[in-house]
Write a protein that binds this ligand. Structure first.
Ligand code: SF4
Ligand code: SF4
Length: 347
């Protein structure tokens, strides 16, 4: 769901699955009606354990993490006091005008927030006007926060990175803060079933021509998520609630380091880390030509759902994964020892 603050390990913490919005196909099945929340003591425990385990950062996400109110500020303070960098992922609903936006951002910055990521797109603007995101970004830049904006990609969408850059509010803030570039990312909006094929702009879906360019998943074994129901997950991807195998513990009974260790011993997770689900799917199809995959998936997490949910793909992985052992080991060596990534998983 978000990029990396640095090269180290990240705790993704979901204080609640509740959200002010109810986007179709929300990866966490969030909406205003969802009430699941994690207790403050469990969240504090997760942050302390992350610091002890040498994590670099905490990302607060959800649902809508700001619904945790004062507790969120206390958790940001705790994270900073333990030397962890902090990031908030939000839909920006709270930025109801420049003054409200400024007050909220002042609170976040005073608590120790380092970075804020706003999410928007055709789904999000059904619930949160883009102007609020712009007011939130303006207030954030004024207080020196690093700002990123994530925009959904769907077929025939109205909201694009380009259309946002042309908005008078965006032009004004980029002129006012010329030395504070905003990172804008666009990411495909995906169905939560691997069987549903969504329409996308040309060139976005994976197929035999472009699959070699797909990279490994930089979330699995790097970002550990503690969800609002207490479950610990081995990534922060959109498939995590629908892939039981990504659940690696429960923060109320499983130490974070123990969950991470167990995840790092799972060959498929390591394979996904270095090659990504799309290349594994393409490999599976070389063993079983009935596995159709081309031009079906634009988002890697939808391809990942397919890996775990399709019996034919699972069977192929179970029966033939041994042949990939050497490739995965070599790719890990390149990643962790040559390229210098954090050996979050494999020793
Ligand atoms: S704003 Fe984000 S968390 Fe909330 S419903 Fe939409 S996609 Fe889900
Ligand atoms: S590709 Fe799979 S492992 Fe990676 S973030 Fe998505 S659901 Fe998680």
């Amino acid at each position: 769901m978000f990029g990396r603050l640095g090269t180290g390990r990240i705790l993704s913490l979901m204080p609640t699955w509740q959200c002010t919005a109810a986007c179709d196909a929300c990866g966490t099945h969030s909406s205003p009606a969802v009430r699941t929340r994690l207790s403050t003591s469990d969240m504090q425990a997760a942050i302390r354990q992350a610091a002890e385990a040498g994590y670099e950062a905490v990302g607060f996400t959800g649902g809508e993490a700001t619904l945790a109110g004062r507790v969120l500020l206390e958790l940001i303070e705790l994270s900073k006091s333990l030397g962890l960098a902090t990031r908030l992922v939000t839909n920006g609903h709270w930025a109801r005008g420049p003054d409200r936006a400024r007050t909220k951002i002042d609170d976040f910055v005073s608590a120790g927030l380092d970075e804020i990521n706003f999410s928007t797109g055709d789904q999000h603007v059904r619930f949160v006007p883009l102007q609020r995101v712009l007011d939130g970004m303006y207030a954030s830049l004024a207080r020196g926060l690093r700002v990123a904006l994530m925009v959904e990609i769907t077929d025939r969408r109205r909201v694009t990175a380009e259309s946002i850059r042309e908005m008078p509010g965006y032009v004004a803030l980029s002129r006012r803060f010329p030395d504070s570039p905003i990172s804008i990312y666009e990411s495909p909006w995906m169905p939560l079933s691997p069987k549903e094929v969504a329409p996308y702009p040309d060139g976005l879906t994976v197929n035999a021509r472009n699959v070699a360019q797909r990279s490994g998943c930089d979330s699995i074994l790097t970002t550990t998520t503690v969800q609002a129901d207490g479950s610990i997950t081995a990534c922060c991807g959109l498939g995590m609630q629908d892939i039981p195998e990504l659940r690696i513990g429960d923060i109320r009974v499983t130490p974070l380091s123990q969950a991470d260790r167990a995840a790092s011993e799972d060959f498929l997770k390591r394979w996904i880390r270095v090659e990504g689900p799309e290349r594994i799917l393409a490999w599976a199809a070389t063993h079983d030509p009935d596995i159709e995959w081309e031009n079906m998936y634009a988002h890697r997490c939808q391809a990942c759902l397919r890996l775990y949910q399709d019996p034919a793909v699972r069977r192929t992985i179970r029966d033939h994964h041994q042949e990939k052992a050497a490739d995965v080991a070599f790719a890990e060596w390149l990643l962790y020892h040559y390229a210098g990534a954090d050996p979050a998983g494999p020793d």
